[in-house]
Design a protein around this ligand. Structure first.
Ligand code: S3P
Length: 439
């Protein structure tokens, strides 16, 4: 993967957001479309594919594993599936860049395969915890080498016979759940995962879309290994995690009104809408429909007076990627917002609790981190220079903060916005954000 150039954002204070826009495709669904399309029998046509670095890392990895994949061209990808056992050993380690989803899901998918593979990533991904997938996969019979700290590079041995397990997930993680289920496709007997709280269920929905039978009973999902996948077209909805920055931006900037089109509103992902509404946001869903097994809607958001809340813990996994944006809403709200039960935020692309607290403090906001959350007291945002620590969602969240700031906000190290939201600067600028990227 190419080394990114240094890229900073300079966002002038003030402005409002208006118009109608479609943010890029859902990252989680884009990854899974490549993975399942590659293993399927037949040709899978994907539309709305996210052409961001993370999902492209998955696409390149499957090309290196011998799958013929055309595109992406304007979000269209054609995958010539090789069947469950058709992957070939790659000639070199697979570099997954910044993408935790690629690494954790691929580890599960390859654990019982006939190919030996090494997975590497950038410095952020190389520091992220992988024991959470290694442990259950090893119990299934996989052999996965890692550093002493349980981090990448990961080496996955070929031809390890796997057996199904009954796995009680120790943390609410869709990546771990998915890794175990994908390994379960290659295991003898039944593999089940029971989660402590609902997490995104795109793997389950897409497996069913590819004709694989699953049992879902409350928090438990199970499947029997040894089946096959049948190619099916996939229309990837716009990513609610990318829409979240605009939901917050339009909510906090007076006089804003935006229509966000074709956004995925899967109930395991819509916590940001619930949380912003609890804070008083004016958000309406229209034209709700089901697209390829995933619920989709157009979302209208208008500016509103937000108030601080205690965020209910059960909403945390349903909004896990949206907290950087939600913290900006909290900084603009009247009163205090308290988040608990969100220690997972500390092991994302950056320590999102610490990094957001530091950035908010630079902007003059009282933000007190706790081991599993944060307390933010709304106030007047000043300008200043904020570090994103190479975390795409931190960079975009602080860009939206400028809508309510008294002076310019500069955000450092923003190149990784390209991992999830290519075109962010121009789309945000067209909607009214006074943003400029500076190399
Ligand atoms: C994802 C699951 C979540 C999320 C990530 C994408 C997925 O991670 O934060 O951006 O596609 O399964 P965890 O499973 O680590 O919570």
């Amino acid at each position: 993967m190419t080394k990114h150039k240094t890229l900073n954002y300079r966002v002038e204070a003030g402005g409002k957001l208006s118009g109608r826009l479609r943010v890029p495709g859902d990252k989680s669904i884009s990854h899974r479309s490549i993975m399942l399309g590659s293993l399927a029998d037949g040709v899978t046509e994907v539309t709305g594919f996210l052409e961001g670095e993370d999902s492209l890392a998955t696409l390149r990895a499957f090309r290196a594993l011998g799958v013929a994949i055309e595109g992406p061209v304007a979000g269209r990808v054609t995958i010539h599936g090789v069947g469950m056992h058709g992957l070939r050993a790659p000639g070199a380690p697979l570099d997954l860049g910044n993408s935790g989803t690629s690494m954790r899901l691929l580890t599960g998918l390859l654990a019982g395969h006939g190919v030996a593979v090494t997975l590497t990533g950038d410095s952020s991904l190389s520091g992220r915890p992988m024991k959470r997938v290694i442990e259950p996969l090893t119990r299934m019979g996989a052999f996965i080498g890692a550093t002493e700290e349980g981090t990448a590079p990961l080496t996955i041995a070929a031809n390890q016979p796997l057996k199904g397990i009954d796995y009680l997930l120790p943390m609410a993680s869709a990546q771990v759940k998915s890794a175990v289920l994908l390994a379960g496709l290659y295991a003898t007997g039944e593999t089940s995962v029971t989660e402590p709280a609902p997490t995104r269920d795109h793997t389950e929905r897409m497996l069913e879309g590819f004709g694989y039978s699953l049992q879902r009973e409350g928090p438990r999902v199970s499947l029997i290994g040894g089946g096959r996948l049948k190619a099916t077209p996939i229309d990837v909805p716009a990513d609610i995690s990318s829409a979240a920055f605009f939901l917050v931006g339009a909510s906090i900037a007076e006089g804003s009104e935006l229509l966000l089109e074709h956004v995925g509103i899967n109930p395991t992902r819509d916590g940001v809408i619930t949380i912003l509404r609890l804070m008083g946001a004016d958000i309406e869903l229209a034209n709700e429909r089901l697209v390829g097994g995933e619920p989709v809607a157009d979302i209208r958001v208008r500016s509103s007076h937000l108030k601080g809340i205690e965020i209910p813990e059960h909403l945390v996994p349903l909004a896990i990627d949206e907290f950087p944006a939600i913290f900006i809403a909290a900084a603009c709200a009247e009163g205090t917002t308290t988040l608990t039960g969100a220690a997972e935020l500390r092991v994302k692309e950056s320590d999102r609790i610490q990094v957001m607290a530091e950035g908010l403090q630079v902007l003059g906001i009282k933000a007190d981190p706790t081991p599993d959350g944060i307390r933010i007291t709304g106030g007047l945002l000043e300008g200043g220079r904020v570090e994103s620590h190479g975390d795409h969602r931190i960079a975009m969240a602080f860009a939206m903060a400028a809508l309510r700031a008294s002076k310019t906000i500069e955000i450092l190290d923003c190149a990784n916005v390209n991992t999830s939201f290519p075109g962010f600067v121009s789309l945000a600028a067209c909607s009214g954000l006074r943003i400029e990227a500076q190399e």
